[in-house]
Design a protein around this ligand. Structure first.
Ligand code: MRU
Length: 365
C-alpha cells in the first residue's frame, strides 16, 4: 500500500484502475484528501484493517477487488497453486474485520468463481475482475434504490433526520445507504435538515458525514453523541436513519457503537427509527443479534483524541466498535428491494425470495 497517488478527478471511495485499487484515505479526511494505491490483496487487507476504507458495503467492494488482485498475481500458476494463493487471500481478507457481513458475502461471491475447475486460471482471473466491478456497480445501484424507497417514507415538508456514524458515499461504492435516503429526501424536500452525531470514538460523523453534507450543500448540524436526547426531547428530530453492518433474520441490526442508545432515545420520544441497508446485509444464517460478532478495537481510539492522550496512562479501556439495536426498536428496514416493517423475518425473507409486498405502494410492506 502506498500513497498518495495521483488524484482522481472526482472524489471516489474506491476505484479499480488498470489492475490497481485506489482508495481515498478515510483516516485523513476531512483535513487531507489523499489516495492510497493497493497493488496486492495484502495492501487491501491492511487498508480495511486500518480503516483507510470502512463501512460495510465499501469493505465488501474492497474485498472483492482484493481477490481480483490476488487472482491477477497468481494467474500464471498451475491450478493447485492458484487455488492455494486464493485460499490464503480469502483467509487474510476475511480476518480483517468481523462484524460487517458484506465482507464474507463478497468473498463467497468470488470463491464461487475461483473454485470452478473448468476455466484456466488466466480466464478465472478475468472473470473475477469483472465480478468485482459488477459488485461495485451493483452497490451504487442498491444505494440509489434504498434512497428512493426511503424518500417515500419521509413525507413531512421539513424533515429533520438524525444519523449516526457515516453510512454515506464513503461507506459504500457511492451515494450511501442512510445518507442515500438523506440525499434522496433532500432532492424532493429542500427544507430537510440533518443532525450529525459525531460518533465517538472514531468520529465518522464529525469527519466523514459532516464532510459529505457540506460537499452536497445539505444543511446539517454536527452534535456530540450525548446531545441527541436533548434535541429529541425538544421535538427537534422527526426521523432517525442509520446504516447497518449486519442484520439478523429477526431484524436485530448491528451498527456503529452508540446506535442502540439512539434507538432507545427515539423510542422514548416517539421518533421513527429506520435502518437503511441492502438486502445483502441481512444474515439469514443467524436467528437474532446475539450471534453477531462484535469487533473490539484498539484502546488508543478511546484514550486519545486527535492523536493526543486524554485519559490517564494505565486506565482500563473497552472499545466495542458496534452494538446491536433490537428489532423492537426499529420502525422499518429500508432495503434496496423495498421497505420491511415488523415482524421483520417474514418480510425480509419474502424480499430475498424475490417477491415484493402487495398494496398500493409496491415498495412498502
Ligand atoms: O467502523 P465503521 O466505520 O466501518 O462502521 C461503519 C458503520 O457502522 C456504518 O453505519 C455501516 O457500516 C453501514 S455503512 C453503509
Amino acid at each position: 500500500m502506498s500513497g498518495p497517488s495521483d488524484h482522481p478527478s472526482e472524489v471516489k471511495t474506491i476505484e479499480w484502475r488498470d489492475g490497481v485499487v485506489l482508495m481515498i484515505d478515510q483516516r485523513k479526511l476531512p483535513l487531507v484528501e489523499e489516495y492510497v494505491t493497493c497493488t496486492t490483496w495484502e495492501d487491501v487487507a491492511e487498508a480495511i484493517r486500518t480503516m483507510v476504507i470502512r463501512g460495510a458495503p465499501a469493505i465488501g467492494v474492497a474485498a472483492a477487488m482484493g481477490m481480483a488482485l490476488a487472482a491477477r498475481a497468481a494467474r500464471a500458476l498451475p491450478r493447485d497453486g492458484f487455488e492455494r494463493a486464493l485460499q490464503d487471500a480469502t483467509k487474510g481478507l476475511f480476518s480483517t474485520r468481523p462484524t460487517a457481513v458484506n465482507l464474507g458475502w463478497a468473498l463467497a461471491e468470488m470463491e464461487r468463481i475461483w473454485r470452478d475447475p473448468g476455466p484456466a486460471p488466466e480466464k478465472t482471473a478475468e472473470t473475477m475482475e469483472s465480478r468485482a466491478l459488477q459488485i461495485y456497480e451493483d452497490d451504487v445501484a442498491s444505494c440509489r434504490a434504498i434512497g428512493a424507497h426511503g424518500a417515500e417514507l419521509i413525507t413531512v415538508e421539513e424533515p429533520v433526520i438524525l444519523t449516526h456514524c457515516n453510512a454515506g458515499a464513503l461507506a459504500t461504492a457511492g451515494y450511501g445507504t442512510a445518507l442515500g435516503v438523506v440525499r434522496s429526501v433532500f432532492a424532493r424536500r429542500p427544507g430537510l435538515r440533518v443532525f450529525v452525531d459525531e460518533t465517538r470514538p472514531f468520529l465518522q460523523g464529525a469527519r466523514l458525514t459532516a464532510w459529505e453534507m457540506l460537499h452536497e450543500g445539505i444543511p446539517a448540524d454536527l452534535i456530540t453523541d450525548s446531545m441527541a436526547g436533548h434535541f429529541m426531547s425538544k421535538g427537534m428530530v422527526t426521523h432517525v436513519v442509520v446504516g447497518a453492518d449486519r442484520i439478523a433474520a429477526n431484524g436485530d441490526a448491528a451498527n456503529k457503537i452508540g446506535t442502540y442508545t439512539v434507538s432507545v432515545l427515539a423510542k422514548e420520544h416517539g421518533v421513527p427509527f429506520y435502518v437503511a441497508a441492502p438486502l445483502s446485509t441481512v444474515d439469514f444464517a443467524i436467528p437474532d443479534g446475539s450471534h453477531i460478532p462484535i469487533e473490539e478495537r484498539d484502546e488508543a481510539e478511546v484514550t486519545h483524541f486527535g492523536g493526543s492522550r486524554v485519559a490517564p496512562e494505565g486506565v482500563r479501556v473497552r472499545n466495542p466498535a458496534f452494538d446491536v439495536t433490537p428489532a423492537r426498536n426499529i420502525t422499518a428496514i429500508i432495503t434496496d428491494r423495498g421497505v420491511v416493517r415488523p415482524p421483520f423475518e417474514a418480510g425480509l425473507r419474502r424480499l430475498a425470495a424475490g417477491s415484493r409486498s402487495e398494496g398500493s405502494d409496491p415498495c412498502v410492506q
